[in-house]
Design a protein around this ligand. Structure first.
Ligand code: UDP
Length: 329
């Protein structure tokens, strides 16, 4: 298939581009390079530098490249910023996405894969999180993604668009060959920051809260390898053959890992101590989030290649070790 990867120069998008090529598909990338990196793309992959909300530009690309399916990774995803600047999130994550979808409907591209998030669940009543549990996001970021899930249902019903929405748990790790990896500016994620602390790029890692009701007092999250996430996006293609259908999948390993255990894994792989400061809880952090991904396993045959945190952290270290300045700016 010819696949337009919106946000394909970003962290998850760029890993998906490589997985698409490995599976014999033809990716085309749309990215405004505000957060994406040209260096994250393999040579030969067409890159269109434009905004996804630019309907004329997107329509031209969809037609010219004979696009069969659109994957949409381009979103703002800083929870704290979404609280202080919700309009930025509603405009980018919702309004721009409506433009993209309207363009697809106009041009007649009828398959869509959407990046959603476990943040749509807010603080869950039960664990692990199953797809049909109530969704009550506790921040605007999660709300924008939930709004899009609802919009997609309606749009699919009315237009025959078929879609899959994947609720990612904590995307982590890097390409096995070390060619691409995680490089956000600003970086706020635990695993890269732990490496930055080891490498002296930051003075220390702050652990956000040690008094959670968890075995070691730090938050539990479900870290899932970025290539495993990417493979689910391709495994769902067959499902999208049926017009007007919509699918929702939680993607995680099902294994909760604490902040403390991440630090241990980083120390093990680097052979160095992570300089740590114990700080207060971060606003908006639920104590514990992990997935039940039985649905993706059963319906898509999805099986993670990286079931352990050590395996995931090892791939991340390969990238950070070889690229201490990220992609360079
Ligand atoms: N975390 C931390 N220190 C940091 C960044 C994150 O203790 O500098 C914790 C955070 O409170 C959460 C976990 O690490 O429990 C994962 O956070 P991250 O920002 O990586 O992903 P999120 O869960 O917010 O999507």
């Amino acid at each position: 298939m010819n696949v337009l990867v919106v946000g394909g120069a970003g962290y998850i998008g760029s890993h998906c581009v490589r997985q698409l090529i490995a599976a014999g598909h033809q990716p085309v990338v749309l990215d405004n390079l505000v957060f994406g990196h040209r260096g994250a793309l393999p040579t030969g992959v067409p890159l269109y530098e434009a905004d996804l909300g630019n309907e004329d530009a997107v329509a031209m690309i969809l037609r010219k490249e004979h696009i069969d399916l659109v994957m949409h990774f381009a979103a703002y995803a800083y929870v704290g910023e979404s609280v202080t600047d919700p309009l930025k999130y509603y405009f980018n994550n919702c309004v721009a996405t409506y433009h993209l979808l309207r363009t697809m409907v106009r041009v007649g591209v009828k398959k869509f894969v959407f990046s959603s998030t476990c943040a749509t669940f807010g603080v869950p009543d039960r664990l692990p999180i199953v797809e049909d549990m109530p969704q009550h996001p506790i921040n605007p970021y999660g709300q924008t993604k939930l709004d899009m899930e609802h919009a997609l249902r309606n749009i699919a019903h009315a237009t025959g668009l078929s879609f899959a929405a994947f609720r990612y748990f904590n995307a982590a790790g890097a390409a096995e060959d070390g060619s691409i990896g995680e490089d956000h500016d600003p970086e706020t994620h635990l695993i890269p920051l732990a490496f930055y602390a080891v490498q002296g790029r930051i003075k220390e890692l702050t652990v956000f809260g040690t008094d959670y009701p968890t075995p070691d007092g730090t938050c539990l999250r479900d870290y899932v390898h970025v290539d495993d996430l990417s493979r689910a996006h391709i495994a769902v293609f067959d499902k999208l053959e049926k017009p007007g259908s919509g699918f929702f999948y939680n993607l995680g390993t099902g294994r909760p890992t604490s902040v403390r255990e991440i630090i241990d894994a980083v120390e093990k792989v680097t052979g160095k101590k992570v300089p740590v400061r114990y700080g207060d809880r971060r606003a908006g952090d639920p104590p514990s989030l992990y997935a039940d991904s039985t649905k993706a396993q059963t319906e898509l045959g999805w099986k993670v290649k990286f079931p352990t945190i050590d395996g995931i952290v090892e791939t991340a270290w390969r990238w950070h070790k070889a690229n201490p300045g990220g992609y360079g700016r």
